[in-house]
Design a protein around this ligand. Structure first.
Ligand code: NDP
Length: 452
Protein backbone atom coordinates (compact mmCIF):
# COMPACT_ATOMS: atom_id res chain seq x y z
CA UNK A 1 0.00 0.00 0.00
CA UNK A 2 1.05 3.55 -0.59
CA UNK A 3 1.69 4.91 2.90
CA UNK A 4 -0.14 8.15 2.13
CA UNK A 5 -3.50 6.34 2.17
CA UNK A 6 -5.25 4.33 4.89
CA UNK A 7 -6.50 1.87 2.26
CA UNK A 8 -5.65 0.81 -1.27
CA UNK A 9 -9.34 0.17 -1.95
CA UNK A 10 -12.39 1.37 -0.08
CA UNK A 11 -15.54 -0.42 -1.24
CA UNK A 12 -18.92 1.15 -0.49
CA UNK A 13 -21.62 -1.51 -0.54
CA UNK A 14 -21.29 -5.18 0.44
CA UNK A 15 -23.46 -6.63 -2.31
CA UNK A 16 -22.48 -9.17 -4.93
CA UNK A 17 -20.12 -6.88 -6.86
CA UNK A 18 -18.62 -5.02 -3.91
CA UNK A 19 -17.81 -8.12 -1.92
CA UNK A 20 -16.25 -9.89 -4.90
CA UNK A 21 -14.05 -6.86 -5.64
CA UNK A 22 -13.03 -6.53 -2.00
CA UNK A 23 -12.14 -10.19 -1.58
CA UNK A 24 -10.18 -10.39 -4.82
CA UNK A 25 -8.25 -7.19 -4.09
CA UNK A 26 -7.47 -8.42 -0.58
CA UNK A 27 -6.28 -11.75 -1.98
CA UNK A 28 -3.77 -9.78 -4.04
CA UNK A 29 -2.33 -8.29 -0.87
CA UNK A 30 -4.15 -4.97 -1.04
CA UNK A 31 -5.39 -3.20 2.07
CA UNK A 32 -9.14 -3.14 1.65
CA UNK A 33 -12.11 -1.73 3.55
CA UNK A 34 -15.79 -2.46 2.94
CA UNK A 35 -18.61 -0.32 4.32
CA UNK A 36 -22.19 -1.54 4.41
CA UNK A 37 -25.06 0.30 6.04
CA UNK A 38 -27.82 -2.26 5.62
CA UNK A 39 -27.22 -5.97 5.06
CA UNK A 40 -24.34 -8.11 3.90
CA UNK A 41 -24.88 -9.65 0.49
CA UNK A 42 -26.92 -6.77 -0.92
CA UNK A 43 -30.18 -7.02 -2.80
CA UNK A 44 -29.56 -10.50 -4.22
CA UNK A 45 -29.06 -12.22 -0.89
CA UNK A 46 -31.50 -10.20 1.20
CA UNK A 47 -34.42 -8.98 -0.87
CA UNK A 48 -33.80 -10.37 -4.32
CA UNK A 49 -32.66 -13.51 -6.11
CA UNK A 50 -32.19 -15.79 -3.12
CA UNK A 51 -35.35 -15.26 -1.04
CA UNK A 52 -37.34 -14.88 -4.27
CA UNK A 53 -36.22 -18.32 -5.47
CA UNK A 54 -37.16 -19.82 -2.10
CA UNK A 55 -40.62 -18.30 -2.48
CA UNK A 56 -40.85 -19.63 -6.03
CA UNK A 57 -40.13 -23.14 -4.74
CA UNK A 58 -42.80 -22.69 -2.07
CA UNK A 59 -45.34 -21.54 -4.63
CA UNK A 60 -44.79 -24.56 -6.88
CA UNK A 61 -45.81 -27.21 -4.34
CA UNK A 62 -49.56 -27.09 -5.04
CA UNK A 63 -48.94 -28.23 -8.62
CA UNK A 64 -46.70 -31.02 -7.37
CA UNK A 65 -49.35 -32.10 -4.83
CA UNK A 66 -51.86 -32.17 -7.67
CA UNK A 67 -49.58 -34.13 -10.02
CA UNK A 68 -48.66 -36.64 -7.32
CA UNK A 69 -52.20 -38.08 -7.37
CA UNK A 70 -51.77 -39.41 -10.89
CA UNK A 71 -48.60 -41.12 -9.69
CA UNK A 72 -50.50 -42.97 -7.01
CA UNK A 73 -50.00 -40.71 -4.02
CA UNK A 74 -52.87 -39.72 -1.79
CA UNK A 75 -53.18 -37.87 1.46
CA UNK A 76 -56.05 -37.69 3.87
CA UNK A 77 -55.96 -33.93 4.16
CA UNK A 78 -55.29 -31.23 1.59
CA UNK A 79 -51.98 -29.50 2.41
CA UNK A 80 -52.24 -25.96 3.71
CA UNK A 81 -49.69 -23.17 3.77
CA UNK A 82 -48.41 -21.56 6.95
CA UNK A 83 -47.01 -18.29 5.60
CA UNK A 84 -45.23 -17.44 8.85
CA UNK A 85 -43.27 -20.70 8.69
CA UNK A 86 -42.21 -20.03 5.10
CA UNK A 87 -41.31 -16.40 5.79
CA UNK A 88 -39.37 -17.13 8.97
CA UNK A 89 -37.52 -20.16 7.58
CA UNK A 90 -36.56 -17.98 4.62
CA UNK A 91 -35.32 -15.25 6.97
CA UNK A 92 -33.27 -17.76 8.96
CA UNK A 93 -31.64 -18.97 5.76
CA UNK A 94 -30.84 -15.41 4.71
CA UNK A 95 -29.32 -14.73 8.13
CA UNK A 96 -27.15 -17.81 7.65
CA UNK A 97 -25.96 -16.37 4.34
CA UNK A 98 -25.33 -12.96 5.96
CA UNK A 99 -23.05 -14.81 8.38
CA UNK A 100 -21.19 -16.46 5.51
CA UNK A 101 -20.67 -13.08 3.85
CA UNK A 102 -19.37 -11.71 7.13
CA UNK A 103 -16.85 -14.56 7.41
CA UNK A 104 -15.82 -14.25 3.76
CA UNK A 105 -15.05 -10.56 4.16
CA UNK A 106 -13.24 -11.02 7.48
CA UNK A 107 -11.28 -14.04 6.26
CA UNK A 108 -10.15 -12.11 3.21
CA UNK A 109 -8.37 -9.68 5.52
CA UNK A 110 -10.54 -6.70 4.55
CA UNK A 111 -11.86 -4.36 7.26
CA UNK A 112 -15.64 -4.33 7.45
CA UNK A 113 -17.45 -1.20 8.65
CA UNK A 114 -21.13 -1.41 9.51
CA UNK A 115 -22.44 2.03 8.68
CA UNK A 116 -23.25 4.45 5.92
CA UNK A 117 -20.21 5.63 4.02
CA UNK A 118 -20.14 9.06 2.45
CA UNK A 119 -17.61 10.17 -0.11
CA UNK A 120 -16.06 13.43 1.10
CA UNK A 121 -13.45 13.80 -1.62
CA UNK A 122 -11.78 11.89 -4.49
CA UNK A 123 -9.74 9.90 -1.95
CA UNK A 124 -11.78 10.42 1.21
CA UNK A 125 -14.59 8.43 2.77
CA UNK A 126 -16.38 9.04 6.03
CA UNK A 127 -18.14 6.28 7.91
CA UNK A 128 -19.59 6.40 11.42
CA UNK A 129 -18.18 9.89 11.87
CA UNK A 130 -14.59 8.89 11.10
CA UNK A 131 -12.65 9.79 7.96
CA UNK A 132 -10.48 7.41 5.95
CA UNK A 133 -8.31 7.93 2.92
CA UNK A 134 -8.14 5.50 0.04
CA UNK A 135 -6.17 5.36 -3.16
CA UNK A 136 -9.23 3.99 -4.93
CA UNK A 137 -12.89 4.20 -3.93
CA UNK A 138 -15.34 1.70 -5.41
CA UNK A 139 -19.03 2.53 -5.38
CA UNK A 140 -21.08 -0.64 -5.45
CA UNK A 141 -24.20 0.61 -3.73
CA UNK A 142 -26.68 -1.14 -6.01
CA UNK A 143 -30.24 -0.02 -6.59
CA UNK A 144 -33.51 0.51 -4.79
CA UNK A 145 -37.10 -0.09 -5.92
CA UNK A 146 -38.73 2.82 -7.70
CA UNK A 147 -42.43 3.57 -7.17
CA UNK A 148 -43.92 6.43 -9.24
CA UNK A 149 -45.82 9.15 -7.37
CA UNK A 150 -49.59 9.30 -7.82
CA UNK A 151 -52.60 9.63 -5.50
CA UNK A 152 -52.28 6.87 -2.92
CA UNK A 153 -48.81 5.72 -4.03
CA UNK A 154 -47.76 5.71 -0.38
CA UNK A 155 -50.12 2.73 0.05
CA UNK A 156 -48.15 0.69 -2.48
CA UNK A 157 -45.30 -1.54 -1.38
CA UNK A 158 -42.15 -2.66 -3.17
CA UNK A 159 -40.55 -6.08 -3.51
CA UNK A 160 -38.48 -5.28 -0.38
CA UNK A 161 -41.58 -5.53 1.83
CA UNK A 162 -42.89 -8.67 0.12
CA UNK A 163 -40.30 -10.75 1.95
CA UNK A 164 -41.54 -9.75 5.39
CA UNK A 165 -45.36 -9.55 5.15
CA UNK A 166 -47.17 -10.15 8.45
CA UNK A 167 -49.71 -12.21 6.56
CA UNK A 168 -50.57 -13.14 3.00
CA UNK A 169 -53.50 -11.17 1.59
CA UNK A 170 -56.51 -12.88 0.01
CA UNK A 171 -56.13 -10.65 -3.05
CA UNK A 172 -53.06 -8.87 -4.38
CA UNK A 173 -52.44 -6.40 -7.15
CA UNK A 174 -49.03 -6.50 -8.81
CA UNK A 175 -48.02 -3.61 -11.06
CA UNK A 176 -45.37 -3.79 -13.81
CA UNK A 177 -44.44 -5.98 -16.71
CA UNK A 178 -40.79 -6.73 -15.96
CA UNK A 179 -38.88 -9.43 -14.11
CA UNK A 180 -40.06 -8.65 -10.59
CA UNK A 181 -43.73 -8.16 -11.44
CA UNK A 182 -44.11 -11.46 -13.28
CA UNK A 183 -42.06 -13.36 -10.72
CA UNK A 184 -44.09 -12.09 -7.77
CA UNK A 185 -47.38 -12.57 -9.60
CA UNK A 186 -46.41 -16.23 -10.00
CA UNK A 187 -45.36 -16.55 -6.36
CA UNK A 188 -48.53 -14.99 -4.98
CA UNK A 189 -50.77 -16.97 -7.32
CA UNK A 190 -49.00 -20.21 -6.43
CA UNK A 191 -49.32 -19.48 -2.73
CA UNK A 192 -53.08 -19.23 -3.16
CA UNK A 193 -53.54 -15.46 -3.34
CA UNK A 194 -55.99 -14.11 -5.93
CA UNK A 195 -53.51 -12.21 -8.04
CA UNK A 196 -54.09 -9.37 -10.50
CA UNK A 197 -51.19 -8.32 -12.70
CA UNK A 198 -51.58 -4.81 -14.08
CA UNK A 199 -49.25 -3.62 -16.83
CA UNK A 200 -49.47 -0.37 -18.78
CA UNK A 201 -48.21 -1.90 -22.04
CA UNK A 202 -49.75 -4.57 -24.28
CA UNK A 203 -46.98 -7.18 -23.79
CA UNK A 204 -45.24 -8.39 -20.64
CA UNK A 205 -41.45 -8.81 -20.63
CA UNK A 206 -41.18 -6.57 -23.67
CA UNK A 207 -37.41 -6.86 -24.04
CA UNK A 208 -37.65 -10.62 -24.62
CA UNK A 209 -38.54 -12.62 -27.74
CA UNK A 210 -42.23 -11.81 -28.28
CA UNK A 211 -43.36 -15.37 -28.97
CA UNK A 212 -41.77 -16.48 -25.72
CA UNK A 213 -43.13 -13.63 -23.61
CA UNK A 214 -46.58 -14.36 -25.06
CA UNK A 215 -46.17 -17.97 -23.92
CA UNK A 216 -45.37 -16.68 -20.44
CA UNK A 217 -48.46 -14.49 -20.46
CA UNK A 218 -50.68 -17.35 -21.66
CA UNK A 219 -49.14 -19.73 -19.13
CA UNK A 220 -49.66 -17.31 -16.26
CA UNK A 221 -53.30 -16.82 -17.22
CA UNK A 222 -53.75 -20.61 -17.47
CA UNK A 223 -52.41 -20.91 -13.92
CA UNK A 224 -54.94 -18.41 -12.66
CA UNK A 225 -53.30 -14.97 -12.71
CA UNK A 226 -55.82 -12.25 -13.62
CA UNK A 227 -54.13 -10.28 -16.39
CA UNK A 228 -54.87 -6.58 -17.00
CA UNK A 229 -52.73 -5.44 -19.94
CA UNK A 230 -52.73 -1.90 -21.39
CA UNK A 231 -54.09 -0.77 -18.05
CA UNK A 232 -52.96 2.01 -15.73
CA UNK A 233 -53.75 2.78 -12.14
CA UNK A 234 -55.34 6.17 -11.38
CA UNK A 235 -55.20 5.98 -7.61
CA UNK A 236 -55.10 3.74 -4.59
CA UNK A 237 -57.55 4.41 -1.76
CA UNK A 238 -57.49 3.04 1.77
CA UNK A 239 -60.57 1.04 2.74
CA UNK A 240 -61.67 -0.72 5.93
CA UNK A 241 -60.67 -4.08 4.48
CA UNK A 242 -57.43 -3.00 2.83
CA UNK A 243 -57.03 -0.96 -0.32
CA UNK A 244 -59.01 -0.19 -3.43
CA UNK A 245 -56.99 0.10 -6.63
CA UNK A 246 -58.76 2.36 -9.12
CA UNK A 247 -57.98 1.54 -12.76
CA UNK A 248 -58.08 3.87 -15.75
CA UNK A 249 -60.93 1.85 -17.27
CA UNK A 250 -63.16 3.00 -14.42
CA UNK A 251 -63.21 -0.28 -12.51
CA UNK A 252 -61.49 -0.91 -9.21
CA UNK A 253 -59.98 -3.89 -7.45
CA UNK A 254 -60.26 -4.48 -3.71
CA UNK A 255 -57.02 -5.97 -2.44
CA UNK A 256 -54.86 -6.59 0.59
CA UNK A 257 -51.75 -5.19 -1.05
CA UNK A 258 -50.47 -3.44 -4.17
CA UNK A 259 -46.95 -4.42 -5.12
CA UNK A 260 -45.25 -1.93 -7.43
CA UNK A 261 -42.49 -3.60 -9.42
CA UNK A 262 -41.85 -0.63 -11.64
CA UNK A 263 -38.09 -0.73 -11.90
CA UNK A 264 -35.13 -0.02 -9.69
CA UNK A 265 -32.98 3.07 -9.44
CA UNK A 266 -29.33 3.53 -8.59
CA UNK A 267 -28.50 4.15 -4.95
CA UNK A 268 -26.51 7.35 -5.28
CA UNK A 269 -28.56 9.89 -3.32
CA UNK A 270 -26.74 11.29 -0.32
CA UNK A 271 -23.49 9.49 -1.15
CA UNK A 272 -21.54 12.74 -1.27
CA UNK A 273 -20.69 12.40 -4.95
CA UNK A 274 -21.07 16.16 -5.34
CA UNK A 275 -17.61 16.32 -3.73
CA UNK A 276 -16.19 14.50 -6.76
CA UNK A 277 -16.17 14.70 -10.54
CA UNK A 278 -18.39 11.64 -10.83
CA UNK A 279 -21.04 12.09 -13.51
CA UNK A 280 -24.60 10.86 -12.93
CA UNK A 281 -27.32 10.18 -15.49
CA UNK A 282 -30.75 11.78 -14.93
CA UNK A 283 -31.90 8.53 -13.26
CA UNK A 284 -29.09 8.78 -10.72
CA UNK A 285 -26.91 5.99 -12.11
CA UNK A 286 -23.17 6.53 -12.43
CA UNK A 287 -21.46 6.94 -15.81
CA UNK A 288 -18.33 4.78 -16.09
CA UNK A 289 -15.88 3.95 -18.87
CA UNK A 290 -14.80 0.48 -20.09
CA UNK A 291 -12.66 0.06 -16.95
CA UNK A 292 -15.48 1.15 -14.61
CA UNK A 293 -13.76 4.48 -13.89
CA UNK A 294 -16.10 7.38 -13.15
CA UNK A 295 -15.37 10.98 -14.11
CA UNK A 296 -13.00 10.98 -11.15
CA UNK A 297 -9.94 8.84 -11.83
CA UNK A 298 -9.73 7.53 -8.26
CA UNK A 299 -13.40 6.55 -8.08
CA UNK A 300 -14.84 3.45 -9.74
CA UNK A 301 -18.35 2.03 -9.80
CA UNK A 302 -19.97 -1.24 -10.87
CA UNK A 303 -23.08 -3.36 -10.53
CA UNK A 304 -26.64 -2.06 -10.45
CA UNK A 305 -25.46 1.46 -9.60
CA UNK A 306 -24.05 1.88 -13.13
CA UNK A 307 -27.32 0.61 -14.64
CA UNK A 308 -25.87 -1.46 -17.46
CA UNK A 309 -27.23 -4.94 -16.80
CA UNK A 310 -28.88 -5.34 -13.41
CA UNK A 311 -27.93 -8.95 -12.78
CA UNK A 312 -25.87 -10.41 -9.92
CA UNK A 313 -23.53 -12.53 -12.07
CA UNK A 314 -22.81 -9.47 -14.23
CA UNK A 315 -21.85 -7.41 -11.15
CA UNK A 316 -19.54 -10.24 -10.07
CA UNK A 317 -17.86 -10.39 -13.48
CA UNK A 318 -17.51 -6.61 -13.52
CA UNK A 319 -15.78 -6.84 -10.13
CA UNK A 320 -13.31 -9.41 -11.43
CA UNK A 321 -12.55 -7.29 -14.50
CA UNK A 322 -12.06 -4.21 -12.33
CA UNK A 323 -9.65 -5.95 -9.93
CA UNK A 324 -7.68 -7.23 -12.92
CA UNK A 325 -7.57 -3.69 -14.28
CA UNK A 326 -6.42 -2.21 -10.97
CA UNK A 327 -4.11 -4.92 -9.69
CA UNK A 328 -3.59 -7.48 -12.48
CA UNK A 329 -2.39 -7.32 -16.05
CA UNK A 330 -5.52 -5.53 -17.24
CA UNK A 331 -6.35 -8.10 -19.90
CA UNK A 332 -9.73 -9.18 -18.48
CA UNK A 333 -12.79 -7.86 -20.31
CA UNK A 334 -16.49 -8.26 -19.78
CA UNK A 335 -18.61 -9.24 -22.76
CA UNK A 336 -22.15 -7.99 -22.36
CA UNK A 337 -23.27 -10.01 -25.36
CA UNK A 338 -24.99 -13.37 -25.03
CA UNK A 339 -25.69 -13.05 -21.30
CA UNK A 340 -27.97 -15.94 -20.37
CA UNK A 341 -30.82 -14.87 -18.14
CA UNK A 342 -33.91 -16.41 -16.63
CA UNK A 343 -37.12 -15.00 -15.30
CA UNK A 344 -38.46 -17.17 -12.50
CA UNK A 345 -42.03 -16.55 -13.45
CA UNK A 346 -44.41 -19.49 -13.83
CA UNK A 347 -43.98 -20.80 -16.48
CA UNK A 348 -40.26 -20.07 -16.26
CA UNK A 349 -38.45 -18.23 -19.04
CA UNK A 350 -34.80 -18.76 -19.95
CA UNK A 351 -33.02 -17.03 -22.76
CA UNK A 352 -29.63 -16.33 -24.29
CA UNK A 353 -28.80 -14.32 -27.37
CA UNK A 354 -31.17 -12.50 -29.68
CA UNK A 355 -34.92 -12.68 -29.80
CA UNK A 356 -36.44 -13.33 -33.21
CA UNK A 357 -37.43 -9.68 -33.74
CA UNK A 358 -33.97 -8.43 -32.82
CA UNK A 359 -32.26 -11.09 -34.97
CA UNK A 360 -34.33 -9.99 -37.98
CA UNK A 361 -32.92 -6.48 -37.64
CA UNK A 362 -29.33 -7.71 -37.29
CA UNK A 363 -29.22 -10.49 -39.90
CA UNK A 364 -30.62 -10.52 -43.42
CA UNK A 365 -31.85 -14.12 -43.30
CA UNK A 366 -32.67 -16.12 -40.22
CA UNK A 367 -34.17 -19.54 -39.71
CA UNK A 368 -36.40 -20.10 -36.72
CA UNK A 369 -37.03 -23.49 -35.11
CA UNK A 370 -39.82 -23.78 -32.55
CA UNK A 371 -40.95 -26.80 -30.62
CA UNK A 372 -43.96 -26.78 -28.32
CA UNK A 373 -44.91 -29.85 -26.32
CA UNK A 374 -46.40 -31.19 -23.11
CA UNK A 375 -43.92 -32.00 -20.32
CA UNK A 376 -43.69 -35.73 -19.62
CA UNK A 377 -44.53 -35.23 -15.93
CA UNK A 378 -48.04 -34.30 -16.99
CA UNK A 379 -48.79 -37.56 -18.78
CA UNK A 380 -49.75 -39.08 -15.44
CA UNK A 381 -49.82 -35.90 -13.40
CA UNK A 382 -52.34 -33.93 -15.43
CA UNK A 383 -52.01 -30.17 -15.69
CA UNK A 384 -51.93 -27.82 -18.65
CA UNK A 385 -48.31 -26.72 -18.72
CA UNK A 386 -46.45 -26.65 -22.01
CA UNK A 387 -42.79 -26.31 -22.86
CA UNK A 388 -41.74 -24.11 -25.75
CA UNK A 389 -38.22 -24.05 -27.15
CA UNK A 390 -36.88 -21.85 -29.87
CA UNK A 391 -33.65 -21.53 -31.81
CA UNK A 392 -32.86 -18.53 -33.97
CA UNK A 393 -30.19 -19.25 -36.58
CA UNK A 394 -28.29 -16.93 -38.90
CA UNK A 395 -28.70 -18.67 -42.26
CA UNK A 396 -25.45 -17.33 -43.75
CA UNK A 397 -23.14 -18.55 -40.98
CA UNK A 398 -25.37 -21.27 -39.47
CA UNK A 399 -24.59 -19.68 -36.07
CA UNK A 400 -27.26 -20.10 -33.40
CA UNK A 401 -27.81 -16.47 -32.40
CA UNK A 402 -30.73 -16.96 -30.02
CA UNK A 403 -31.91 -19.75 -27.81
CA UNK A 404 -35.09 -19.46 -25.76
CA UNK A 405 -37.22 -21.64 -23.56
CA UNK A 406 -40.45 -21.30 -21.62
CA UNK A 407 -41.33 -24.07 -19.22
CA UNK A 408 -40.00 -26.20 -16.38
CA UNK A 409 -36.24 -26.04 -15.72
CA UNK A 410 -35.73 -23.33 -18.37
CA UNK A 411 -33.07 -21.59 -16.27
CA UNK A 412 -31.11 -24.81 -15.73
CA UNK A 413 -31.25 -25.76 -19.39
CA UNK A 414 -30.46 -22.33 -20.83
CA UNK A 415 -27.32 -22.02 -18.70
CA UNK A 416 -25.74 -24.82 -20.77
CA UNK A 417 -27.03 -23.28 -23.99
CA UNK A 418 -25.25 -20.09 -22.92
CA UNK A 419 -21.93 -21.94 -23.08
CA UNK A 420 -22.80 -23.26 -26.52
CA UNK A 421 -23.60 -19.79 -27.86
CA UNK A 422 -20.50 -18.32 -26.22
CA UNK A 423 -18.43 -21.01 -27.92
CA UNK A 424 -19.96 -20.07 -31.28
CA UNK A 425 -22.12 -23.13 -31.77
CA UNK A 426 -23.75 -23.55 -35.16
CA UNK A 427 -27.05 -25.28 -35.85
CA UNK A 428 -24.91 -28.15 -37.24
CA UNK A 429 -23.26 -28.48 -33.81
CA UNK A 430 -26.69 -28.67 -32.17
CA UNK A 431 -27.77 -31.31 -34.72
CA UNK A 432 -24.60 -33.34 -34.16
CA UNK A 433 -25.14 -33.41 -30.38
CA UNK A 434 -26.70 -36.57 -28.98
CA UNK A 435 -29.80 -35.96 -26.91
CA UNK A 436 -30.40 -37.10 -23.34
CA UNK A 437 -33.51 -39.20 -23.38
CA UNK A 438 -36.06 -38.78 -21.98
CA UNK A 439 -35.57 -35.13 -21.15
CA UNK A 440 -37.09 -31.87 -22.25
CA UNK A 441 -33.66 -30.49 -23.06
CA UNK A 442 -33.06 -33.07 -25.81
CA UNK A 443 -35.56 -31.18 -27.93
CA UNK A 444 -32.91 -28.49 -28.45
CA UNK A 445 -30.77 -31.00 -30.39
CA UNK A 446 -33.57 -32.66 -32.32
CA UNK A 447 -35.25 -29.68 -33.99
CA UNK A 448 -34.89 -30.53 -37.68
CA UNK A 449 -37.87 -28.81 -39.33
CA UNK A 450 -37.69 -25.05 -39.76
CA UNK A 451 -40.77 -23.34 -38.38
CA UNK A 452 -40.10 -20.13 -40.31
P1 NDP B 1 -37.94 -3.88 -15.06
O1 NDP B 1 -37.20 -2.72 -15.60
O2 NDP B 1 -37.63 -5.24 -15.54
O3 NDP B 1 -39.50 -3.66 -15.27
C1 NDP B 1 -40.12 -2.49 -14.81
C2 NDP B 1 -41.55 -2.52 -15.27
O4 NDP B 1 -42.24 -1.45 -14.65
C3 NDP B 1 -41.70 -2.34 -16.77
O5 NDP B 1 -42.66 -3.24 -17.21
C4 NDP B 1 -42.14 -0.90 -16.90
O6 NDP B 1 -43.00 -0.66 -17.96
C5 NDP B 1 -42.94 -0.71 -15.63
N1 NDP B 1 -42.99 0.69 -15.23
C6 NDP B 1 -41.96 1.54 -15.08
N2 NDP B 1 -42.40 2.73 -14.67
C7 NDP B 1 -43.72 2.63 -14.56
C8 NDP B 1 -44.74 3.55 -14.18
N3 NDP B 1 -44.47 4.80 -13.86
N4 NDP B 1 -46.02 3.12 -14.18
C9 NDP B 1 -46.31 1.84 -14.54
N5 NDP B 1 -45.39 0.95 -14.89
C10 NDP B 1 -44.11 1.33 -14.90
O7 NDP B 1 -37.77 -3.73 -13.49
P2 NDP B 1 -38.04 -4.72 -12.28
O8 NDP B 1 -38.40 -3.82 -11.16
O9 NDP B 1 -38.97 -5.81 -12.65
O10 NDP B 1 -36.62 -5.36 -12.05
C11 NDP B 1 -35.44 -4.55 -11.98
C12 NDP B 1 -34.27 -5.31 -12.54
O11 NDP B 1 -33.84 -6.26 -11.62
C13 NDP B 1 -34.58 -6.10 -13.82
O12 NDP B 1 -34.49 -5.31 -14.96
C14 NDP B 1 -33.53 -7.16 -13.79
O13 NDP B 1 -32.37 -6.69 -14.41
C15 NDP B 1 -33.30 -7.38 -12.31
N6 NDP B 1 -33.97 -8.62 -11.87
C16 NDP B 1 -33.53 -9.82 -12.33
C17 NDP B 1 -34.15 -10.99 -11.96
C18 NDP B 1 -33.65 -12.29 -12.51
O14 NDP B 1 -32.53 -12.36 -13.00
N7 NDP B 1 -34.48 -13.35 -12.51
C19 NDP B 1 -35.27 -11.01 -11.05
C20 NDP B 1 -35.68 -9.70 -10.63
C21 NDP B 1 -35.04 -8.55 -11.02
P3 NDP B 1 -42.50 -0.31 -19.43
O15 NDP B 1 -41.95 -1.60 -19.95
O16 NDP B 1 -43.74 0.12 -20.12
O17 NDP B 1 -41.49 0.76 -19.30
Amino acid sequence: MTAEFDYDLFVIGAGSGGVRAARMAASKGKKVAVAEERYLGGTCVNVGCVPKKLFVYASQFPESFHASKGYGWSSAEAPTLDWAVLRDNKTAEIERLNGIYNSMINNSGADLFGGRAIVTGPHQVEVNGKGYSAKVILIATGGWPYIPEFPGSDLAISSNEMFFLDELPKTAVVVGGGYIAVEFAGILNGLGVETHLIYRGPNLLKSFDREMSDKVTDGMVAKGVHMHLSTQINEIVKTDAGISVVLDNGSSLEAGLALYATGRQANTAGLGLEHTNTVLRPNGSIVVDDNFATGDPSIYALGDVIDRVQLTPVAIQEAMVLVDHLYGDGSARIDYGDIPTAVFCQPELGTVGLGEEQARTEYSDIDVYVSDFKPMLQTLGGGNDRITMKLVVDRASDLVVGCHMVGEHAAEIIQGMGIALKAGATKAHFDATVGIHPSAAEEFVTMREKTR
